[in-house]
Ligand binder design. Structure first.
Ligand code: ATP
Length: 604
C-alpha cells in the first residue's frame, strides 16, 4: 500500500490582487487562516516564493523514478480556478513545470541506463463537458473508454518519441488545441481536464524476460469555479467542471475513510473519475499538488480539506511486466549502448528510428482470448489425448516420447486455459461489480425519473389551473371586445352628429362673418362722414376761436385802457383828495381866526 503524496503550493499574488488582503499565513508546514478559524498541517507546503522545481523534487521526481522502474505513476494538480495549476504542470520557458521536468528526467535516466532498451510513447487527452477528446488528433472526435483486465483504457492516439525535444515539441504544439477561455478570474482559464500520458517500456538487453511497462499520468485539472450565469457556454462548462471535481472529492473522502473499500467507490459517475481510478484507488503511485491563493478564504479552505482527505487515501502500486506479445521491442529500440548517432537532446540513440517515422500507434485492445465456441472442442481434444496417454503407458519408448511431448503441449494448453479462465473470472467479477454499479445507477435514475414524472404531473395540474384561468380571461376579453365595438359604433354616431353640427355652425359663422364685413364697411363709411363733419366743425370752431380771440384782445385792450384811465383818474382823485385834505387843513387853520373874529360862530 502506498500513501498518496500531497503538497500545497501557494501562488504569488497577482497584480490584480494588490488591494486584497492575505487570508492565509504559511508557517513552515502549518497553514493558518488570518481570522484564526482554521489551522492545518501538511507534509509538503510551498510558499508563494517557492519555485516549481522544488515542488517537482518533493512530489514528482520520486514518482518519475518509480515509473522508470516499472510502476505506474500519477501526478495531478488540483485547485480552484486561477490558483496556478497550469503554471505548476506546464510552466513557462523560464520556470518549466512538472511535465517538462519529468520528460527531462526520463530521457536523462534513459541515457544513464546502459543495460536496457527503451520505448517511450506519449498520448494527450482532454475531458471537456464529460466527454473525452484526443489532443493528438483534431480534438473534436469523442473517444470511448473501455476496460480490459482491470485496466481503464482510452482509444487515444499514441506517438513514439525519441527525445526530450521531440516530446516537448509535440506536447506544446498540441497543447494549443486545449479548450481555454478568459474568465473573470483568469484570462487563460482551462475549460477541460487534461491528461498527458507517458508510457515507458524497457527490456534488459541480455534478458528478454526482464521487461517493464509503466504509465505516467500528468494531469492538469480544470479549476472549480462559481458558475457565471451570464454566459451560457462558460456556465455549462463550469457546471461540468464542478460536477467532476465534486465526484473526485467524494471518491477521495471515501478512500480516506478508515476501512474504506474500493467496492463502495463508484468511479463511473464521471469520465474523469473513471480514467483516474488507477491513480486514486488502484495500481499507481500518486501525488497531488493542491494549488491555492492566499487572498482567497473559502475556496482555499475547500482545497485544503480536499488535500487532507487525499493524504489519508492509499493506493496499491504493482510492478508491471511488459506484455511479451507486444512487438515494439522488435520494431523500435532505444539503445544506450550503440552510440553512433547522437539525438538533438544529446541523450538517446535509436536504431530503426529513421525507418519508422514519428507515427501514431493505437493502444492495443483486450488480450487474445480463446473464443467460447472453441473451448468445448479443445476440452474434447484434450480428453482424447488423455485417453491416448493412458493407453500409451504400455507402449514402446518412441511412442512414449511422442506422448510426453504431447503431454507437455497439452499441459501448456491447460495452463493457458486456466490462465484465460482466471482472467475471464476476474472480468466476470468486475463486470458483476459494474452491473451492480449500473443497477445502482439505474435505481438512482429510476428515482430521478419518478421525481421528474411527479414534477410533470404537478406541472400538468398547474397547466390545468392556468388553462381554466386562461379560459375565464378569454371570456372577459370577448365581453370587452363586444363592449368596445358598441362604444366604437356610438362614437361613430356621435362623430357624425358632431360633423353635421360643426358644418351648420360653420355656415352660421360664415353668415355672421359676412354681416360683420358689411358692418365694417358701413362703419368705415360713417367714419369718413364723421371725419368730414368733425373737420368742418373743427374748422368752424377754429374760425370762431380766432374771432373770439380777436374780440377778446380788443376787449382786453379796451379794458387795459379803461384801467389805465381808471388809474390815472385814481391818481387824479388821490391828488384831488390830497388837495382837498390840504385845503381842509388850510381851512382848519383859518377857522379859529374866523371864530375869534366872529365871536362864537359854528364850529365847522
Ligand atoms: N508560481 C507562480 N508564479 C508566477 N505566476 C503564477 C504562479 N502560479 C500562477 N501564476 C499566475 O497566475 C495566473 C493563473 O494561473 P493558472 O492559469 O496556472 O491557473 P489555473 O489554476 O490553471 O487556472 P484555471 O483553472 O482557470 O485554468 C496566471 O497568470 C499565472 O501566470
Amino acid at each position: 500500500m502506498a500513501k498518496i503524496n500531497v503538497g500545497i503550493k501557494f501562488r504569488p499574488n497577482l497584480s490584480s490582487e494588490v488591494e486584497k488582503q492575505d487570508k492565509w499565513i504559511v508557517d513552515g508546514k502549518t497553514i493558518k487562516s488570518v481570522d484564526n478559524k482554521h489551522t492545518l498541517q501538511f507534509e509538503h507546503v510551498f510558499g508563494s516564493t517557492a519555485v516549481t522545481e522544488e515542488v517537482y523534487d518533493a512530489l514528482a521526481k520520486p514518482i518519475v523514478k518509480k515509473a522508470f522502474k516499472g510502476y505506474n505513476g500519477t501526478i495531478f494538480a488540483y485547485g480552484q480556478t486561477s490558483s496556478g495549476k497550469t503554471h505548476t504542470m506546464i510552466g513557462k520557458n523560464k520556470m518549466p513545470g512538472i511535465i517538462p521536468l519529468a520528460v527531462r528526467d526520463i530521457f536523462h535516466e534513459i541515457n544513464e541506463t546502459k543495460d536496457r532498451e527503451f520505448v517511450v510513447k506519449i498520448g494527450y487527452i482532454e475531458i471537456y463537458n464529460d466527454k473525452v477528446y484526443d489532443l493528438f488528433e483534431d480534438g473534436k472526435t469523442e473517444l470511448s473508454i473501455f476496460e480490459s483486465n482491470g485496466h481503464v483504457l482510452v482509444n487515444q492516439k499514441e506517438y513514439v518519441a525519441a527525445s526530450e525535444k521531440e516530446v516537448l515539441k509535440k506536447f506544446k504544439m498540441n497543447n494549443k488545441c486545449k479548450r481555454m477561455t478568459g474568465t473573470s478570474t483568469n484570462e487563460n482559464s482551462s475549460r477541460s481536464h487534461t491528461i498527458f500520458r507517458i508510457t515507458i517500456k524497457s527490456q534488459k538487453k541480455d534478458d528478454a524476460e526482464d521487461s517493464r511497462n509503466s504509465n505516467l499520468f500528468l494531469v492538469d485539472l480544470a479549476g472549480s469555479e462559481k458558475p457565471d450565469a451570464s454566459v451560457a457556454t462558460t456556465f455549462n462548462e463550469g457546471l461540468h467542471i464542478n460536477q467532476s471535481l465534486l465526484v473526485l472529492g467524494k471518491i477521495i473522502r471515501e478512500l480516506a475513510k478508515k476501512n474504506s473499500s474500493l467496492k463502495r467507490v463508484n468511479f463511473r459517475e464521471c469520465k474523469l473519475a473513471r480514467i483516474l481510478s488507477p491513480a486514486l484507488g488502484g495500481n499507481s503511485y500518486t501525488s497531488v499538488i493542491c494549488n491555492v491563493a492566499s487572498t482567497v478564504l473559502d475556496e482555499t479552505y475547500y482545497t485544503l480539506c480536499f488535500a487532507q482527505s487525499a493524504e489519508k487515501a492509499k493506493t496499491v502500486p504493482k510492478f508491471n511486466l511488459a506484455n511479451s506479445t507486444e512487438r515494439e521491442f522488435s520494431l523500435l529500440r532505444f539503445s544506450t549502448s550503440s552510440s553512433s548517432s547522437s539525438e538533438a537532446s544529446g541523450n538517446v540513440n535509436i536504431s530503426l528510428k529513421r525507418k519508422l517515422p514519428f507515427s501514431p500507434l493505437t493502444v492495443s485492445g483486450s488480450p487474445s482470448r480463446i473464443p467460447k465456441r472453441i473451448k468445448p472442442k479443445l476440452s474434447d481434444e484434450m480428453n482424447d489425448h488423455l485417453k491416448q496417454l493412458k493407453l500409451s503407458e504400455s507402449s514402446n519408448g518412441e511412442e512414449k516420447e511422442d506422448y510426453e511431448a504431447m503431454i507437455k503441449e497439452k499441459d501448456n494448453i491447460i495452463r493457458n486455459l486456466q490462465e484465460e479462465t482466471r482472467e475471464l473470472k476476474a472480468e466476470i467479477f468486475q463486470m458483476r461489480g459494474e452491473i451492480k454499479g449500473n443497477n445502482e445507477l439505474l435505481i438512482e435514475r429510476q428515482q430521478e425519473n419518478d421525481e421528474s414524472e411527479k414534477k410533470i404531473a404537478d406541472f400538468n395540474e398547474e397547466v390545468k389551473l392556468y388553462s381554466a384561468a386562461i379560459r375565464d380571461f378569454q371570456v372577459t376579453i370577448q365581453d370587452f371586445e363586444k363592449r368596445m365595438l358598441e362604444a366604437i359604433e356610438k362614437n361613430n354616431k356621435m362623430r357624425a352628429n358632431f360633423d353635421k353640427k360643426f358644418k351648420e355652425c360653420n355656415a352660421i359663422i360664415d353668415e355672421k362673418d359676412a354681416e360683420i364685413m358689411e358692418m365694417y364697411k358701413e362703419l368705415a363709411t360713417q367714419n369718413i362722414l364723421m371725419k368730414d363733419k368733425t373737420n368742418i366743425e373743427l374748422r368752424n370752431y377754429l374760425k370762431f376761436e380766432r374771432s373770439h380771440k380777436l374780440r377778446y384782445t380788443s376787449t382786453r385792450n379796451q379794458f387795459n385802457t379803461l384801467m389805465d384811465q381808471l388809474e390815472s383818474k385814481s391818481v387824479t382823485i388821490k391828488e384831488k383828495n390830497d388837495e382837498i385834505k390840504r385845503l381842509q387843513n388850510q381851512l382848519r387853520n383859518y377857522e379859529p381866526m374866523n371864530r375869534g373874529n366872529q365871536g362864537g360862530n359854528d364850529e365847522n
